[in-house]
Design a protein around this ligand. Structure first.
Ligand SMILES: Nc1ncnc2c1ncn2[C@@H]1O[C@H](COP(=O)(O)OP(=O)(O)OP(=O)(O)O)[C@@H](O)[C@H]1O
Ligand SMILES: [Mg+2]
Length: 300
């Protein structure tokens, strides 16, 4: 079942992202991952089969995997256990939704970078630094950094997030909290990246969001998904240029063939782009978890 919107849920929406819909249930939230896809911050009309289930299930997989390292917000992904009136939507919500504990979100995006790409590559080219930290000379685009770096940013309500230094983060959330966020973020990244690498995926960088609940830091939002992270195919890794995105490359390659200014309105996507992109998400799920997404068979 393809889901582009959750208008079928008879509750007021508490939030709507490019991909997810959020419902406020008092001390809990329901996060629903749709099959929407975005590129260059523009959301397309076409839906990507299984994308919602893949993203939600990958997050659930990592929450479970890291639960001894850091507590998290996940309560359940089984719609039949959700509070009323949600169980009646079990068929639509199955696999693509998560009931979570509502936390007081910390006002920072906890980004970890293991490789030189994106805004870090831009900064390095102008100043030889990443997040204000001096880097060795001669690094190429896509090179592995000497060690993973914690490069937080603000969470802008509108417009683009702004990179901040760890010192600025500490001014924002307190020195002890800032240090804890750095430590936790690096540990989760390192563990996830090592795991992914064994399965043929480079976790180039990622973003975590943490919140406070009962005086404790908990891992919230989504974790190490293709939407919150850059995943690269290890077999195709070739530093010195832009790397292929594991999940969105087919879509981006197609978009580059168009005369499109990367602003709304989004162009229509041909069926093969939709199908190939879906196949990439299913492959990412299979590689990371070692299993086919329930209800799908990818074959050999
Ligand atoms: N456990 C939680 N408690 C409270 N808020 C949470 C929790 N987990 C995630 N959130 C918040 O829910 C929101 C999820 O929104 P979502 O990521 O879909 O959209 P967005 O961040 O506004 O936009 P984008 O689509 O660009 O990511 C974020 O604001 C996130 O901080
Ligand atoms: Mg978000």
């Amino acid at each position: 079942m393809l889901i582009g919107d959750t208008g079928f849920i008879d509750l007021p929406k508490a939030g709507r992202g490019k991909v997810r819909e959020i419902y406020d249930l008092g001390d809990m939230l329901l996060l629903v991952v749709t099959d929407r896809v975005s590129a260059f911050d523009v959301v397309f009309r076409e839906l990507i089969p299984f994308k919602g289930q893949v993203l939600n299930s990958i997050s659930a997989f990592w929450f479970e995997k890291f639960k001894d390292l850091v507590p998290n917000h996940m309560i359940s992904t089984d719609p039949l256990t959700y509070p009323e009136p949600l169980p009646q939507y079990a068929e639509q919500l199955a696999g693509r939704s998560m009931l979570v504990k509502k936390a007081q979100m910390l006002p920072a995006e906890c980004i970890v970078r293991g490789y030189l790409e994106g805004s870090a590559w831009k900064e390095y080219q102008t100043s030889g630094t990443v997040s204000g930290i001096k880097m060795p000379e001669g690094l190429r685009r896509g090179d592995r950094l000497p060690q993973p770096l914690f490069t937080p940013s603000t969470k802008a309500e509108s417009g683009h997030d702004e990179n901040i230094t760890v010192e600025q983060l500490k001014d924002l959330v307190g020195a002890e909290m800032g240090a804890k966020l750095e430590d936790l973020s690096l540990k989760i990244y390192e563990s996830g990246a090592a795991y992914a690498l064994e399965r043929g995926l480079i976790l180039a960088d990622t973003k975590f969001e943490f919140g406070m609940l009962d005086g404790e830091i908990i891992l919230c939002d989504e974790v190490l998904t293709p939407d919150s992270s850059r995943f690269w195919d290890l077999a195709l890794y070739e530093p010195g240029k832009a790397q292929q995105s594991f999940d969105k490359q087919y879509l981006r390659d197609y978009l580059e063939t168009l005369d499109w200014d990367k602003q709304e309105p989004a162009p229509g996507l041909p069926d093969d782009v939709v199908e190939q992109t879906s196949a990439r998400y299913l492959e990412a799920y299979r590689l990371l978890t070692g299993e086919d997404l329930p209800g799908t068979v990818t074959g050999a």
